[in-house]
Design a protein. Structure first.
Length: 144
């Protein structure tokens, strides 16, 4: 079973990874998505819906575009965070993400819910970063 002791994540690691995911969401929601690229490894892969971006340079460009957009306002809510150690310096995580957003001038609120599948890697500097992030949408409500 995956929740046996060899897969357990200690409290310090859990807090660091929860803070990492929270920081990503806060930066994206508050107009600083360009800074969120610093939370990824150099060889990271970011997959949001049908959009897949590989490598830190392309992730940075993708997030800079999001930061410049005044079209989208959002708030990400994270819950049910499940973390399993995969090896030394590697943790796999699954988080339910609820996204409230408006797009364009209409300001009609939308709701999206999905799973975020992450692979976190501990860097030589002792900091955890996102090596893979994949958003798997469960459902989208066009207006709430």
């Amino acid at each position: 079973m995956l929740t046996e002791p060899e897969h357990a994540v200690d409290g310090e690691t859990r807090r660091a990874l929860e803070a990492l995911s929270t920081e990503y969401s806060w930066l994206v929601d508050h107009g600083y998505a360009d800074r969120a690229a610093d939370l990824f490894t150099d060889d990271a892969v970011l997959s949001t819906g049908g959009n897949v971006v590989s490598g830190i340079a392309d992730i940075r460009q993708h997030l800079e575009k999001r930061a410049r957009s005044s079209e989208i306002r959002s708030r990400h809510v994270l819950s049910n965070i499940r973390l399993l150690r995969e090896g030394t310096g590697l943790v796999r995580g699954t988080t339910i993400m609820t996204i409230y957003r408006t797009v364009g001038e209409s300001g009609r609120p939308q709701l999206a819910v999905g799973d975020v599948e992450d692979l976190y890697r501990l860097g030589d500097d002792g900091c955890w970063r996102i090596a893979q992030r994949k958003l798997v949408p469960t459902f989208l409500v066009e207006e709430i």
